[in-house]
Design a protein around this ligand. Structure first.
Ligand code: SAM
Length: 221
């Protein structure tokens, strides 16, 4: 069995009782960064061995891990924060397990885009999750495609690219399009600001932008 285990995106209390039990009972915890996950496991006095599973070795090790799982080892997969597979390694391993008939359970738990979307006040009945935009090639094409969506869409963005991103969004969606920047969710300096794109641009241009960021944009009216 492979257990996909979401971990906190900022507040260590955001982990379920079942997640803690699975992390304790698994034979191995596959981790994006073993040092980051060791801190989490230490906090909860969990001594399960950790093994590196990250974007740089994912392709190389996925078949071997799927073989071990098929042979009967229970493993848990975690990323540095949130749900593995969501803008994080995980998809290739889950796919390899599904193809081999290895059972996969993904526990419900933390991920950044859900609280950002819900707290934004923008329609969340139908939405598109984009994750990170390409930095260079294909970025403008993707932005123009997103601008035409009739429903809310969600982006992950780094703090040093936020102002540029808001500027680009205003250019393709129009400056009045409602949007939201959700920053440092579940942390001490959490900020969720919903306003037209041009107002968000002005707000975040006026100060140094720090922390982790989700951008939510309303659909084309
Ligand atoms: N697997 C994670 C998830 O389930 O959301 C996402 C991992 S991705 C590598 C990291 C990005 O998620 C950050 O750059 C930011 O866009 C977003 N993110 C993660 N934690 C966040 C937080 N506490 N507040 C706002 N955004 C966050």
């Amino acid at each position: 069995m492979l257990y996909v285990v979401p971990t906190p995106i900022g507040n260590l209390e955001d982990i379920t009782l079942r997640a803690l039990r699975i992390l304790r009972e698994a034979k191995i915890v596959l981790a994006e960064d073993t040092r980051t996950s060791r801190k989490l496991l230490d906090h909860y006095q969990i001594t399960t061995p950790l093994r590196a599973f990250h974007a740089f070795n994912e392709h190389a090790v996925v078949e071997k891990i799927a073989d071990e799982l098929a042979a009967g080892a229970d493993m848990a997969l975690v990323s540095d924060a949130g749900t593995p597979g969501i803008s994080d390694p995980g998809f290739l391993l889950v796919r390899a397990c599904v193809r081999r008939g290895v059972k996969v359970e993904c526990l419900p738990g933390p991920t950044a885009f859900v609280p950002a979307l819900v707290a934004s006040g923008l329609p969340c009945d139908t939405f598109h999750f984009e994750g990170f935009l390409p930095h260079k090639k294909g970025r403008q094409t993707r932005l123009r495609w997103l601008a035409e969506l009739p429903h809310t869409f969600v982006l992950y963005e780094s703090p040093h690219r936020l102002v540029r991103c808001l500027d680009e969004l205003a250019a393709v969606c129009g400056p009045d399009r409602p949007a939201c920047v959700a920053r440092e969710l579940s942390k001490l300096h959490e900020e969720v600001k919903t306003a037209p794109l041009n107002a968000l641009h002005a707000h975040f241009t006026a100060k140094e932008v720090k922390g982790e960021i989700v951008v939510v944009v309303g659909g084309k009216p």
